[in-house]
Design a protein around this ligand. Structure first.
Ligand SMILES: NC(=O)c1ccc[n+]([C@@H]2O[C@H](COP(=O)([O-])OP(=O)(O)OC[C@H]3O[C@@H](n4cnc5c(N)ncnc54)[C@H](OP(=O)(O)O)[C@@H]3O)[C@@H](O)[C@H]2O)c1
Length: 253
């Protein structure tokens, strides 16, 4: 078990990539706490885990709400005594070119994808510093490294997450906290499903997005979860400040 006795906080853990990471981390022996805004969705995921013999805990909360973030972190510290791993995974995607993106959507995307990552890190890091140990993985994206047209706000937020990851890695490099980012290509999750549904021709859109990946397919949430687990493994303790692409070869183009 690679994460035996570790305490892991995963934001946005009810669906998609966060859910897959939560299940894998629990299988690897971690005590896992997932967050999300929708309690019914969190409860459903916890129930599914229980049916598979896995234990998950949850806290309802929006990552862009600082007070709720403080309460979430404090609850975990009171209950488990520490947070070893933080997977800043919660994120949202809205379609739109720069001039078509409503200001409200721009602000919301930044509030969740960037401010949410900053806030959770801000309130978890003091506890990691106290223990002299921590592993943070930020969920950036291939779109934190490359641009595509039509997702201006998302592209911009993921670029910010990439750079925030590098800043954080440098800040805590000598204090036992490693900070890396995962940069997934297109992965089969509810987020991508909803995005494809919003396109006028779903099949054509799917083919178009698949064409970005030299492997010619989308990735699975489990393939990303294993890469996040790799980043959290103490055996790769020399890795910090890395953008780990898991994208079927897209970044190589
Ligand atoms: N799927 C991809 O192709 C892909 C590729 C690259 C990067 N990513 C990144 O991976 C992360 C997860 O994506 P996904 O595809 O798994 O998305 P998803 O299927 O839409 O799941 C998103 C999860 O985040 C939660 N969430 C959303 N907003 C939140 C908020 N403000 N506070 C707390 N939780 C929130 C959702 O629950 P609630 O809605 O109930 O809050 C849900 O649990 C995102 O950061 C995304 O940008 C995804």
């Amino acid at each position: 078990m690679k994460l035996k006795d570790k305490v892991a906080l995963i934001t946005g853990g009810s669906l998609g990539l966060g859910k897959a990471a939560a299940f894998l981390f629990a299988k690897e022996g971690a005590k896992v706490i997932i967050t999300g805004r929708t309690e019914s969705s969190l409860q459903k995921t916890v129930d599914e885990a229980t049916q598979q013999g896995l234990e998950l805990d949850y806290m309802v909360g929006d990552v862009s709400d600082e007070q709720r973030t403080i309460e979430t972190v404090q609850h975990i510290i009171d209950k488990y005594g520490k947070i070893d791993i933080l997977f800043n995974n919660a994120g949202v995607l809205f379609l739109g070119t720069t001039h078509e993106t409503e200001t409200e959507i721009w602000d919301k995307t930044f509030a969740i994808n960037v401010k949410g990552t900053y806030l959770m890190s801000k309130h978890v890091i003091p506890h990691m510093l106290e223990k002299g140990y921590g592993c943070i993985v930020n969920n950036s994206s291939i779109l934190g490294l490359k641009a595509v047209p039509g997702v201006a706000a998302y592209n911009a937020t993921k670029g910010a997450v990439t750079q925030l990851t590098r800043s954080m890695a440098l800040e805590y490099a000598q204090q036992g906290i490693r900070v890396n980012a995962i940069c997934p290509g297109t992965i089969e999750t509810p987020m991508v499903d909803n995005m494809l549904d919003a396109m006028p021709d779903r099949d054509a859109a799917e083919d178009f997005f698949k064409s970005f990946h030299p492997m010619g397919r989308f990735g699975t949430p489990e393939e990303i979860a294993h890469a996040v687990l790799f980043l959290c493994d103490d055996n790769v303790g020399f890795m910090t400040g890395t953008m780990l692409s898991v994208d079927g070869g897209w970044v190589a183009k």
